[in-house]
Design a protein around this ligand. Structure first.
Ligand SMILES: Nc1ncnc2c1ncn2[C@@H]1O[C@H](COP(=O)(O)OP(=O)(O)OP(=O)(O)O)[C@@H](O)[C@H]1O
Ligand SMILES: [Mg+2]
Length: 289
């Protein structure tokens, strides 16, 4: 966790890491160890978290952890609190009780100022992309770099070009978001999230409302970012197959509880009838929006 009063970190590491995105698989392992001071232990901890609205519980005694560089997929039916979990991590919601640690630091008692520092480490890719309508794709991706400051225009251009190349949006750099398909908007939103140099990227339902081919591309992209840049990711999804392609660990929320938390393999082979039912039905149910 960085000191909230500290200066923005230099952006050179991102430029260096982006260099590594060229297809040179030999170097991929090295880049996974990117962050400088790596405190031991999980990067994210939920400890006995409770939250409800209007006397209706949503999460009860939910605990899970995410290790650095790992991908956690949060699965569960509509309304079980998947998005609420992400919003708790971003500090948009506060739990009624329990503890949430980011890089070893309790965040539940932080004010907006304190959360701003946390949000430099954790970025969320919203479902609709939440891009700035009046800015081109290029300017959208450049936004976090300019906001952070300390880079010359040509350095910004260079990093933006690499990020746009990374998500395969080279052909739409000068377009406005309104002209892009949902899948493209999401890819651009991912590029913009990465420009902020986060440690952890949260994705809320990245595959809803896109066709299976785009869903697979977005999945490959998230996977590649993890392997090549060592990002930690939390991916909320209804889509078990998508989760299978990405997850190191799975959190299955059911009736307010963490019904399963553990490795992907244990989830898909679980004997729990509710998990089996969820896995079986998933093949037939379209995600709700
Ligand atoms: N700010 C809020 N005020 C009141 N109720 C809320 C608020 N945020 C979420 N809820 C309620 O909490 C429950 C869980 O919501 P959440 O958005 O986390 O579901 P979800 O698992 O993400 O579902 P979906 O798969 O449909 O996106 C829902 O019943 C929702 O109505
Ligand atoms: Mg949701």
């Amino acid at each position: 966790m960085s000191d909230p009063s500290s200066q923005p970190e230099p952006l050179e590491p991102l430029a260096d890491e982006l260099e590594e995105l060229d297809p040179t698989p030999d170097d991929a392992e090295e880049t996974a160890a990117a962050p400088t001071e790596t405190p031991p232990g999980p990067i994210i901890v939920f400890n006995h978290v409770n939250i409800g609205f209007n006397d209706r519980p949503v999460l009860e005694d939910v605990s899970f952890t995410v290790d650095r560089g790992q991908t956690l997929c949060i699965l569960g039916r509509s309304g079980v609190g998947k998005s609420v979990s992400l919003r708790l991590l971003m500090g948009f919601l506060k739990p009624d009780s329990g503890s949430i640690l980011v890089e070893g630091r309790e965040i539940t008692d932080l004010d907006e100022e304190g959360m701003r520092a946390v949000r430099k480490r954790i970025t969320m890719v919203f479902q609709n992309g939440a891009l700035f309508d009046s800015l081109s794709v290029r300017e959208n991706v450049a936004f976090p770099l300019r906001e952070r400051g300390g880079l010359a225009d040509d350095q910004v251009d260079q990093i933006v070009n690499r990020l746009i190349g990374l998500v395969g949006a080279e052909d739409v750099t000068e377009n406005l978001p309104a002209s892009l398909s949902t899948g493209r908007k999401r890819a651009v939103a991912i590029a913009r999230a990465l420009a902020a140099q986060p440690e952890v990227v949260l994705y809320d339902e990245p595959t809803t409302m896109v066709d299976p081919l785009i869903a697979r591309r977005l999945g490959n992209l998230i996977q590649r970012l993890k392997r090549q840049l060592g990002f930690t990711s939390i991916v909320v999804t209804h889509d078990v197959r998508f989760a299978e392609s990405l997850a190191d660990t799975v959190l299955f929320l059911d009736q307010c509880r963490a019904r399963y938390f553990g490795p992907l393999a244990g989830f898909v082979t679980s004997a729990d009838p509710d998990i089996q039912e969820f896995l079986a039905l998933d093949a037939y149910i379209l995600p709700l929006e």
